[in-house]
Design a protein. Structure first.
Length: 362
């Protein structure tokens, strides 16, 4: 099991976090430039799982025990669970760092299974994480479910609290979760499953990724490795000056929570990029979202590309700022700033290709 046991191993992980953060120009809380570390008070009480090669660490993640969760961004999300279960039956997955250059050599399956197996052995019944919206389909396939209406603001955008009932065999089997083959060796947890359903309802997955294990973990690894840059992927590849010029000229719209950004049947051909906030995509009359979108995600691409009316509602769940890119505006931008426009259009093509890969496993 790749778990850090010594102070030297933990220190190497903290320095690995710093290395990845500086590579992607992310400044997370706890970054210490002098020590070249990213750390917080929870590190001392947590279990650190990692994978390494002769050249160094490839990936790391942290498991925070429930009794130490007071310093976690998920501490409030545990309140409902604490009315029935003890903190020792809970744990939190966070601080996932992956070296993008190490993806070909990374065994993310083993890293996740080892962390999950350690939770089972410790008697953890509820395994929590705070998930950026674009990563939710991956965690849903593993077996995590969103619960309640709470969201957590972070430097990377809003996150959605999710929980894995570690011994809900039926749910893991139904999803074909890669964790099921480990879970089936444990005792099924009818009590936790029944309580969760009574408290939060059925909570069907919104948009799980349906892939075989190997391609699933390859795609999940690439998304996790790039998640620090997800928010600004529309301007990736632009110089700082060009990015600022684009953002200054693109139409920015601020929408309060609860308001529609687009409605089904609407004849609007603009493409939207979420810059701040969290949105739900919903079919008419449905409460369960078809998708959850956050900073860096796009919507409206079908109307933009084909001129078709809107096919679903998009509703702001928090205060939202979006960039509105109309066909006319982009045509003008291509004439005025052809190099910048080419980069923006290439980024849009990559975003749409990633979405297609998630929606069509073949």
């Amino acid at each position: 099991m790749p778990i850090a046991h010594s102070a030297a191993e933990i220190n190497a992980i903290l320095k690995f976090r710093f290395q990845i953060s500086t590579q992607v120009q992310n400044i997370p809380p706890g970054l210490d430039a002098k020590l070249e570390q990213v750390s917080d008070p929870l590190d001392a009480a947590s279990s650190h799982f990692f994978m390494k090669s002769p050249n160094g660490i490839l990936a790391s993640l942290r498991v925070v025990p429930g009794p130490k969760a007071n310093g976690s961004e998920l501490r409030d999300a545990l309140d409902t669970f604490k009315t029935k279960f003890t903190l020792s039956e809970m744990a939190i997955l966070d601080e996932v760092y992956i070296d993008p250059e190490a993806l070909p050599d990374l065994d993310l399956d083993k890293l996740m299974r080892d962390a999950y197996r350690a939770c089972l052995e410790a008697g953890v019944r509820f395994f929590f994480t705070a998930c950026l919206p674009h990563l939710m389909p991956f965690f849903e396939h593993l077996g995590f479910r969103s619960f309640g209406d709470q969201t957590n603001a972070s430097s990377l955008g809003y996150k959605v609290p999710m929980v894995l009932l570690t011994r809900d065999h039926g749910h893991l089997y139904e999803l074909a979760s890669p964790l099921y083959r480990t879970a089936k060796n444990s005792r099924d947890d009818d009590e936790a499953r029944y309580w969760f359903r009574q408290e939060f309802g059925a909570r069907a997955p919104v948009q799980p990724v349906r892939l075989e294990d190997a391609p699933f973990y390859q795609l999940m690894g690439s998304q996790l490795a790039d998640h620090f840059r997800h928010r600004a992927r529309i301007i990736q590849g632009l110089s700082q000056t060009a990015a600022q010029h684009f953002l200054k000229n693109a139409a920015q719209i601020k929408v309060p929570a609860g308001q529609f950004l687009v409605q089904k049947g609407q004849a609007d051909h603009a493409l939207f990029v979420i810059w701040e906030g969290l949105c739900h995509v919903r079919a008419e009359g449905q409460n369960t979202p078809l998708a959850v979108l956050g900073a860096g995600d796009i919507f409206g691409e079908m109307g933009f590309l084909s001129g078709a009316p809107r096919c679903a509602d998009v509703i702001a769940q928090t205060p939202v700022t979006v960039l509105r890119l109309s066909p006319d505006w982009l045509h003008n931008w291509m004439r005025e700033e052809p190099t910048s426009a080419a980069t923006i259009l290439l980024n849009l093509a990559k975003i749409l290709a990633q979405r297609l890969a998630l929606s069509n496993p073949n």
